[in-house]
Design a protein around this ligand. Structure first.
Ligand SMILES: Nc1ncnc2c1ncn2[C@@H]1O[C@H](COP(=O)(O)OP(=O)(O)OP(=O)(O)O)[C@@H](O)[C@H]1O
Ligand SMILES: [Mg+2]
Length: 286
C-alpha cells in the first residue's frame, strides 16, 4: 500500500502548550484510519494541521506526495474536511453553501447539480436545501456540512467527530457512505469518541494522548496487546478490570477473587484498550 499521508516530527504549540508533541504517523492510501483519544489529546489539532486549516511550528507533512509547506494548493486538492465545529456560511442557504464549496473545487455545473442532488437525497436534506443555515438544527447543519465535504469526491476525507450530534438514522447513513466511499478507494481519516464507530469502520486506530500517538494498530491487535480476555468485577466502590491472554488465565483469576462479587468474563474491546492506555499515561503525567 502507498503512503498517502506522511507526518514526520509534527509540533504544534498554542503558547506554551504542546498540542501536538513530535508526532510521527503514516496513513496508507485506501485505509480508514481513526484517531481515538481523551478530550484535549490533540486529535482536532492534528487533523487541522494535515488539512491545512492551521499552520504548525515544526515537522513535515506530505499529502499525496506534496509537501504541505511547499505545495499547499496541490496537497489541498486531494482533501475534503468535516470539522468538529460545523463551518457553513450562516448568511447563505444550504444549497448556496454546497454550490460555493463545489465552485471552490472547480466542479462543472452539471456535475455539481447531480452530486448535490444525489447526496442531499441520500442524507434526506432535499427539503432543507433552500433554507438559511441558521434555521436548521445542529444535526441537520452537520448533515449539510458532510455533503459539502464529499461533493468533489476527495481522495482523502477527514471527518472530525462526524457523528457527534447526529441522530441514529444519520449516523447509520454516514457509516454507509464512509464504507461506500472507502470501497471506491477514498482514504478516510476520522476522529471519534464512539468506540463502536472505531471498531465498525477503522482498519487501523491510533490512540493519541497529550499530543502523541501512544498505540497504533488494527482494533484486533490493540485488544490483543492489552490481553484478549477481560475480567470485570466490583472491587469495593468501583468496577475493576483485569486483562488476560487466555480464557483459562481469566477463569483462574476470577475464581481467586474473594467475597460475594459479581464477575463478568468477556472479550476485550477498544474501550478497554483506551482506558487502559490513556489511564496509564494520564497517571504518568502527574
Ligand atoms: N485555538 C486554540 N488556542 C489555544 N489552545 C488550543 C486551541 N486549540 C486547541 N488548543 C489546545 O490544544 C490541545 C489539543 O486540543 P484539540 O482540540 O486538538 O483536542 P482534541 O483531541 O480534538 O479534543 P476533543 O476530544 O475535546 O475534541 C488542548 O489542550 C486544547 O486546549
Ligand atoms: Mg477535537
Amino acid at each position: 500500500m502507498d503512503d498517502i499521508i506522511v507526518i514526520d516530527n509534527l509540533v504544534k504549540k498554542f503558547g506554551d502548550k504542546l498540542a501536538v508533541d513530535h508526532l510521527d504517523l503514516t496513513i496508507h492510501e485506501g485505509e480508514v484510519f481513526g484517531f481515538l483519544g481523551p478530550n484535549g489529546a490533540g486529535k482536532t489539532t492534528t487533523v487541522r494541521c494535515i488539512a491545512t486549516l492551521t499552520d504548525f511550528d515544526s515537522g513535515t507533512i506530505t499529502v499525496g506526495g506534496h509537501d504541505l509547506r511547499q505545495d499547499p494548493i496541490r496537497a489541498k486538492e486531494n482533501m475534503g474536511v468535516i470539522q468538529q465545529q460545523v463551518s457553513l456560511d450562516k448568511d447563505l442557504t444550504i444549497r448556496e453553501n454546497m454550490v460555493s464549496h463545489a465552485m471552490y473545487h472547480m466542479m462543472k455545473k452539471r456535475e455539481r447539480e447531480a452530486k448535490i442532488s444525489e447526496l442531499s437525497d441520500f442524507f434526506g436534506l432535499e427539503e432543507y436545501l433552500d433554507r438559511p443555515v441558521e434555521s436548521l438544527s445542529g444535526g441537520w447543519k452537520k448533515r449539510a456540512a458532510i455533503v459539502c465535504a464529499m461533493l468533489h469526491d476527495p481522495r482523502i476525507l477527514f471527518l472530525d467527530e462526524p457523528t457527534s450530534g447526529l441522530d441514529i438514522n444519520a449516523r447509520r447513513l454516514l457509516w454507509d457512505v464512509v464504507r461506500r466511499l472507502n470501497s471506491n478507494g477514498t482514504t478516510i481519516v476520522l476522529t471519534t469518541h464512539y468506540i463502536e464507530e472505531a471498531e465498525a469502520l477503522c482498519d487501523r486506530v491510533g490512540i493519541i494522548d497529550h499530543g502523541r500517538i501512544i498505540a497504533l494498530d488494527t482494533p484486533e491487535n490493540l485488544c490483543l496487546s492489552v490481553g484478549s480476555v477481560a475480567v470485570e468485577y466490583m472491587g469495593g466502590e468501583r468496577t475493576e478490570y483485569r486483562y488476560f491472554r487466555s480464557r483459562d488465565e481469566a477463569n483462574a483469576f476470577a475464581s481467586s477473587i474473594e467475597g460475594d462479587v459479581e464477575v463478568t468474563i468477556r472479550k476485550t474491546n477498544l474501550e478497554d484498550v483506551f482506558v487502559e492506555l490513556t489511564g496509564k499515561s494520564v497517571e504518568g503525567h502527574r
